[in-house]
Structures are given as structure tokens and as C-alpha cells.
Design a protein around this ligand. Structure first.
Ligand code: AHM
Ligand code: MG
Length: 332
């Protein structure tokens, strides 16, 4: 983190990564290269997202992804771009994507890392020109280099992540990530095609004035969630819900707040996926001084069993997450 703080605002991502090689868990440069590959795919997806309204590529293809949800064409595009960048980059031996049932072997058996990714999150917002995002999570493989990756490489648990982050395609495009040494944010300059360091040390306020959830499910929420939300309303906190996890999370990270995706009657484990939504955002929030809980335990402590498993998510400012847990009778 000291290294990160030493970097002046305006440093390019490229230079930042180069200067902070030692920051990365393994100084051989492979993890750095992996982050570059993700940033490159992010630039390409950013271009596609910006163009989406202009071209005919937008709109549902009528296909469904493995969760049975309608897939938008831009999701397919983003999936292809990230997998291609990670395959060409050579550092990842396998990729797990929200858009694919099984892991994808990149053919890079010498690669030391595996990547779990939600290539384009917030699919309901794609064709209405609202902020969307990419979420990624990186592990060092546990299987021997030279062989194909296996399930164990992806089911290591959130605490084993070596890096995680997201790209927000918002009014500005930003890359925010952690390698376990604090959280840094870069803002994309379109005409130059560069990410510039804009937020050298992101920390979340201990509390905040915002709660973010889909209140349409009110009658499906557990009683403790309703109790907590009533408290928020008694305090006249602001309700803010884009419906794009990355956008809601990003706002709360800066302003202070809490994002909730509770269990509902229809989705007893909530909607969000653990490996490429819950874990990476939980790693990042802990690095920023925040908290991520399921209501029962810390998100990062969940022992994973399935690639696409879901988990409830309460994430954000520590005091707000603790107030929610108090309502559940589980204050820390
Ligand atoms: P997706 O992966 O199909 O895009 O779904 C994830 C999204 C999140 O971005 C968002 O926070 C949530 O779903 C919204 O769900 P809901 O419409 O149930 O409130
Ligand atoms: Mg998603």
C-alpha cells in the first residue's frame, strides 16, 4: 500500500503496474501481465458498450445462459473478448465465466493462474444505456503447472484470491482492483486509450446514508432485513438502486452505504453468484475497510462447492453491515 500511495495521480496503469511489481504477490510479472490483459479486454468491451446504441448488435438473441436468464448480445461479446484476451495473454490456464456452464481451458497449461469472471454484469441495463460492469477474481492455481486446471483451482475459497476487481462502464469507465495491498482506482481516457491512476488509496466510509436493494421483493425478504430497512427509513437514509451491482457497489464504496441482495422465497440463496460476484467484491471491500456478510458468515469464509453457486450479499460500510447483523441477532 505504501508503494501504491507513492504513485502520483495521473500515472498510467501500465507504469503503475511496472513500478509496483513488488506489490504483486509474485514478482515474476505474470500477475501484472494478467491485469494488463484484463485491462485490454476492458478497453475493447468499453468500446462495444459505447457503440451499443449505434449498432444493431444490441438486443436479446433469444438465447439463455446457464442460469436460465436471457442473454443479451453484448454479454456474449464481452465473454468472447475477455476469454480471448486471457487466452492470448498466456498467464491464465483456465477461465470460469458466468456465461459458460463449465470452465474454459485456454490451452496455456504453463499458466499459473485461473480467472473467474462475470464479463458483463447488469444485463437488464445493457439495452437501456445504464451503467454496467465486469467483475473478476484471480487465483494462483493449486494444480501442477503443465497440466490442465481442475475444479480445485476454482474452488479454493475467497481468502485465496490473489487479486480481484471490477470495471465500471459508467459516465466514466473505471478499473478498480486490489492485490491485497489496499484498493486502487484508474479512470479511462477514451481518446488516449489509457487508464490513469485517479484514486490511489480507496477506503469506504465507516458508515453512510445510502441503502441499495430491490424493494420490490419486500414481502419476500426475511424479517430481519425488513427491520433493518425500516431503521434506514426512520433515519431518512437515501434509497439508491441502479440494478447493476458494480454501479451500486461503486457508489456506496465512495459515499458510504450498504448493498443488499437477501435471500428471497424464490431465491433462498439470493441471486448473486459467489465465485465471480460475491468473492471478488468481498475481497475488495475488506481491503477498503468495509464488510461483506451473508447474514450467517463473512462472504470470504464460505466454503465453495459449485462454480455457479449463489450466496446472499450484504456489503458496504462496516457500521451499516453490523446494524443489519444486529437485526438478525448476529451482531459481531
Ligand atoms: P446479471 O448477472 O444477470 O446481470 O444479474 C446480476 C444483477 C446485478 O448487477 C444486480 O445487482 C442484480 O442483478 C439486480 O437484480 P434484481 O433485478 O433482482 O434486483
Ligand atoms: Mg452478473
Amino acid at each position: 500500500r505504501e508503494n501504491a500511495l507513492a504513485q502520483p495521480v495521473g500515472t498510467t496503469l501500465e507504469r503503475y503496474i511496472m513500478r509496483n511489481q513488488a506489490e504483486f504477490a509474485f514478482a515474476t510479472g505474470e500477475l501484472s501481465q494478467l491485469l494488463r490483459d484484463i485491462a485490454l479486454a476492458g478497453k475493447i468491451v468499453n468500446r462495444e458498450v459505447n457503440r451499443a446504441g449505434l449498432t444493431s448488435i444490441i438486443g436479446a438473441m433469444g438465447q439463455q445462459n446457464v442460469q436460465g436468464e436471457t442473454q443479451q448480445k453484448l454479454d456474449v461479446e464481452a465473454n468472447i473478448r475477455f476469454i480471448r484476451a486471457l487466452t492470448n495473454g498466456g498467464e491464465a490456464c483456465a477461465v470460469l465465466s458466468e456465461e459458460e456452464d463449465d470452465m474454459i481451458h485456454t490451452g496455456n497449461c504453463q499458466g499459473k493462474y485461473v480467472v473467474a469472471i462475470d464479463p458483463l454484469d447488469g444485463s437488464s441495463n445493457i439495452d437501456v444505456n445504464i451503467s454496467i460492469g465486469t467483475i473478476f477474481s484471480i487465483y494462483r492455481r493449486v494444480t501442477p503447472v503443465g497440466q490442465e486446471a481442475t475444479r480445485e483451482d476454482f474452488l479454493q475459497g475467497g481468502r485465496q484470491q490473489v487479486a480481484a476487481g471490477y470495471i465500471l462502464y459508467g459516465s466514466s469507465t473505471m478499473l478498480v482492483y486490489t492485490t491485497g495491498h489496499g484498493v486502487v482506482g484508474f479512470t479511462y481516457e477514451n481518446s488516449l486509450g489509457e487508464f490513469f491512476l485517479s484514486h490511489p488509496n480507496i477506503t469506504i466510509p465507516a458508515t453512510g446514508n445510502v441503502f441499495s436493494c430491490n424493494e420490490g421483493y419486500w414481502f419476500d425478504y426475511p424479517q430481519y432485513v425488513r427491520d433493518f430497512l425500516m431503521q434506514c427509513k426512520e433515519k431518512t437514509m437515501s434509497g439508491r438502486y441502479v440494478g447493476s451491482l458494480v454501479a451500486d457497489y461503486h457508489r456506496n464504496l465512495f459515499t458510504g452505504g450498504i448493498y443488499l441482495y437477501p435471500p428471497t422465497r424464490k431465491t433462498p440463496q439470493g441471486k448473486l453468484r459467489l465465485l465471480y460476484e460475491g468473492y471478488p467484491l468481498a475481497f475488495l471491500i475488506e481491503q477498503a475497510g468495509g464488510e461483506a456478510m451473508t447474514g450467517e458468515e463473512k462472504v470470504l469464509d464460505i466454503v465453495p462447492t459449485e462454480y455457479h453457486q449463489r450466496a446472499p450479499l450484504y456489503i458496504g460500510s462496516p457500521e451499516l453491515v453490523n446494524s443489519l447483523l444486529a437485526c438478525a441477532g448476529k451482531a459481531q
